[in-house]
Every structure is written in structure tokens, then in C-alpha cells.
Write a protein that binds this ligand. Structure first.
Ligand code: HEM
Length: 399
């Protein structure tokens, strides 16, 4: 297996990434599967191809990183594993990631959301990322992993560092700084796991420790550490992304906020349309396990693909009025949470968090819009700050 080059030069043009959709439309039309010069990573841009690829893990493997050296093994990650390792980890995680566990987060999310919104609305403008989009998902994952309030600042530092490095660390050896963070992270969670093993608590991590798969086996300490890291990586930045993208929608399509105030029952479909229009996980990798033809192009065994979810979600062949924001789109078969065996396990949680943000914010404002540059739509990691101007709803203040 040869080492792929990281494809991020593709995302490096901030001007293009501010509104990449016209470029994607051109690619779907003229070069639906293509390899940028000097890269060995194929871009896949249509909905049909994207769906076929993510639904066929035998031909399109999720094991995209460098193969471990002879005699070494790589810890499982779930996201970048194929069956049978993936099947086992997913089974254990699904067993513990029940609707009850998700529902248990509701009251804490509501309480924290209210505090965060109150604080943001003290002025006419606020940093929407520092105010809510970033801290809310971190707080939720931290609570599920039993992280104490006093350890939150350290948890956030690890979260930032791991997320910043996650994609590049797939393709390149980890840096010393990342190694150090991983060691600190593992040491903290090893202690945490020992504590919870001795005295179970009512949180996700505790449930995972005690979860058993069909043959009665339990997750090992190293599996559990990997899961802590996956939840941190898979669950934080993406959820920050969808909350940020709600602000993008209210800015680009100002009528949507009024429609939601009048018809709050549209909140769930508005969230799905936000995930279609601005997917926070804009692309995913796969490796082909044999020579295979995609859209008339033969892709040699072991080459990597970047499946552009963001382009598939705007494919006019799959969605009527693909460039419009259709608040009540139904059906909405967007690929924002993926599809098939890797379909996002955290989707119900992400939906719940975004719903509560909207339910808390909407009665109190008449409009909100991003001030200045809204930043690139698709850069992994998203913008670091985003000033939003609010127009308060006086009727709420008087009520
Ligand atoms: C709006 C927020 C989110 C988005 C857009 C999102 C998106 C995705 C996507 C596209 C995949 C599939 C990747 C692939 O097929 O290669 C995925 C997988 C996954 N997500 Fe999410 N995610 C979100 C939130 C969360 C949350 C909150 C959690 C957990 C707390 C989570 C946990 C996972 C896990 C564990 C997987 C791997 C599943 C597997 O490989 O079987 N995600 N997510």
C-alpha cells in the first residue's frame, strides 16, 4: 500500500471555498471523477457515485491510512476500519449509544444552551463560535465521558489539538506534539476508566466499560481509549459545524428565520436541509481494494478516493432545486451523516443539540446575520471566530 498524499491543497483556496458549489457543479458536469495533477487522490463529485462508494465497503475500504509496519498493529478507530474490526466496535458502541443515553443529555443541553444564549444576547453582536457553537458540543461529549468541570479546560486543549491533527496524522507520522497530547489523553482516560470500572456512573463511558458483545467479550482498555478519542474527534467539530452553518443559513437566506419562528415544527427539516446545503463533514476518504471503474474511469487498486459529500448533496440529478434552500424538503436523502455501515452514530445527538440551540434562540430574536467574512464553507475545522449581529425580538422581552 503506497502512502497517499494529503489532498488538502484542494481546500486551500479560501476564495473558492467561500462558495465552492459552482466549481462542484462544473466538475459534476465535465469531470465527475478526476485526479488533480500531482495527486494520487481521486475526487468523486456526483451523488450516484458517492452513494455507490460509501455503500460498498468491500470494494471501497475505509482503511485509508498507511499500513502498519511488519509486526506492528494499528489501534482500531471504527471510522477508518473495515469489517470485522469495524463490526465489532460498532456493535459495542451502538449497544451503549442508545436513545436513552442521548435523551439523558437533553436537560443539561437545555440548561447550558440557555446560559450561553443569555450571555450572547447581552450585546448586539457576539462571537457565535466562542458563544455556543464550540463550547456546547464539547460540554456534551465531556459529560458523556464523565469529565469533571475542573478538567474542562484541559479537555478542550486536547480536543483542539487532536482534531487539528486527525486527518494529517492518517497520512503522516504523528508529530511529537501530538504524541505528547495522545499520551496525556490516554493517561487521563486510563485513570478515568479505572475509576468507572470500580464505581459505575450514569454516563456513556461507564456504559461502554460494562457493555458486552454477543459472545460476552468486553471492550479492552485500548479499545475504550480509542473510542474516547473517536467521540472527541467525530462528535465535536462536526456539531460545531452544523451550529455555525445555521448562522450561515440565516445570513444567506434571511427569510428562513421568520419561517421557523412562525412554524417551529419545521425545525427538524430545516436542520436536515442545513446538513444537505452546508455539510459539516464535507468529504470522506476511501481506498479501492481492486481495479474498479467509477463513472467510466478505471481506478487502480489501492488508490484513494475523496468522496465529496458537499458536491453530492448539491447534485441536481439527486435534488430538485439543488441550489435553493428548501426548508421543508421531503424526502431529503442528503449524505451529511454518510450512509451504509459507517452511517454516523452520533446523528441523533447532533440533531438534538442543534434543535435545542434553535428552540432556545428563535423566540428571542427577529434576525441574525454573520458580520463580515463568513469564512470558507468547507475547510475542515471551520472558522475560528464568527461575529454575529442579532436583532432582538421585543415581544419575547415583554412576555
Ligand atoms: C452534525 C454533526 C455530525 C456530522 C455532520 C457527522 C458526520 C458523520 C459522517 C459523514 C460519518 C461517516 C463517515 C464515513 O462514512 O466515512 C460519521 C461517522 C461517525 N460519527 Fe458522526 N457526525 C456528526 C456528529 C457526531 C457526533 C455528535 C458523534 C458522537 C458523539 C459522532 C460519531 C460518529 C462515529 C462514531 C462515526 C463512525 C461510525 C462508523 O464508522 O461506523 N458524530 N459522522
Amino acid at each position: 500500500m503506497s502512502a497517499p498524499q494529503a489532498p488538502f491543497t484542494f481546500f486551500d483556496n479560501p476564495e473558492m471555498m467561500g462558495n465552492p458549489f459552482p466549481m462542484f457543479a462544473g466538475l459534476r458536469q465535465n469531470a465527475p471523477v478526476f485526479k488533480p495533477p500531482g495527486s494520487n487522490m481521486w475526487m468523486v463529485t456526483t451523488y450516484e457515485d458517492a452513494l455507490r462508494i460509501i455503500r460498498d465497503p468491500q470494494t471501497f475500504s475505509s482503511e485509508v491510512g498507511q499500513a502498519p509496519a511488519e509486526g506492528e498493529s494499528r489501534p482500531p478507530t471504527i471510522l477508518f476500519d473495515d469489517p470485522p474490526i469495524h463490526t465489532r466496535m460498532r456493535g459495542l458502541l451502538t449497544g451503549a449509544f442508545t436513545p436513552r443515553v442521548i435523551e439523558q443529555q437533553r436537560s443539561a443541553i437545555e440548561e447550558n444552551c440557555k446560559i450561553m444564549v443569555d450571555r450572547m444576547l447581552e450585546g448586539e453582536t457576539a462571537d457565535f463560535i466562542a458563544g455556543i457553537a464550540y463550547p456546547l458540543p464539547v460540554m456534551v461529549i465531556a459529560a458523556m465521558l464523565g469529565v469533571q468541570d475542573g478538567d474542562m479546560a484541559t479537555f478542550k486543549r486536547w480536543s483542539d489539538a487532536i482534531i487539528e491533527n486527525v486527518a494529517s496524522s492518517l497520512f503522516e507520522p504523528a508529530t511529537n506534539a501530538l504524541d505528547e497530547i495522545n499520551r496525556e489523553f490516554d493517561a487521563y482516560f486510563s485513570t478515568q476508566l479505572d475509576k468507572l470500572r470500580a464505581a459505575p456512573e450514569d454516563n456513556l463511558l461507564s456504559a461502554l466499560i460494562h457493555a458486552k458483545d454477543e459472545d460476552g467479550s468486553q471492550l479492552s482498555q485500548s479499545d475504550l481509549l480509542v473510542i474516547c478519542r473517536v467521540l472527541l474527534v467525530a462528535g465535536n467539530e462536526t456539531t460545531t459545524g452544523v451550529i455555525v452553518n445555521v448562522a450561515r443559513v440565516f445570513t444567506a437566506f434571511p427569510e428562513v428565520l421568520g419561517q421557523l419562528k412562525e412554524h417551529p415544527e419545521l425545525i427538524p427539516s430545516m436542520i436536515e436541509e442545513t446538513l444537505r446545503y452546508y455539510p459539516p463533514f464535507p468529504a470522506t476518504f476511501r481506498r479501492v481494494t481492486r481495479d474498479v471503474e467509477v463513472h467510466g474511469v478505471t481506478i487502480p487498486k489501492d488508490d484513494r478516493l475523496l468522496v465529496l459529500i458537499a458536491s453530492a448533496n448539491h447534485d441536481e440529478k439527486a435534488f430538485d432545486r439543488a441550489e435553493d434552500f428548501v426548508i421543508d424538503r421531503d424526502p431529503n436523502r442528503h449524505l451529511g451523516f454518510g450512509q451504509g455501515i459507517h452511517y454516523c452514530l452520533g446523528a441523533p445527538l447532533a440533531r438534538l443539540e442543534t434543535q435545542i440551540v434553535l428552540q432556545t434562540l428563535l423566540p428571542r430574536i427577529k434576525a441574525m446575520r454573520i458580520e463580515g467574512d463568513a469564512g470558507a464553507v468547507l475547510v475542515p475545522g471551520g472558522p475560528k471566530e464568527m461575529t454575529v449581529r442579532f436583532e432582538l425580538d421585543r415581544a419575547y422581552a415583554l412576555a
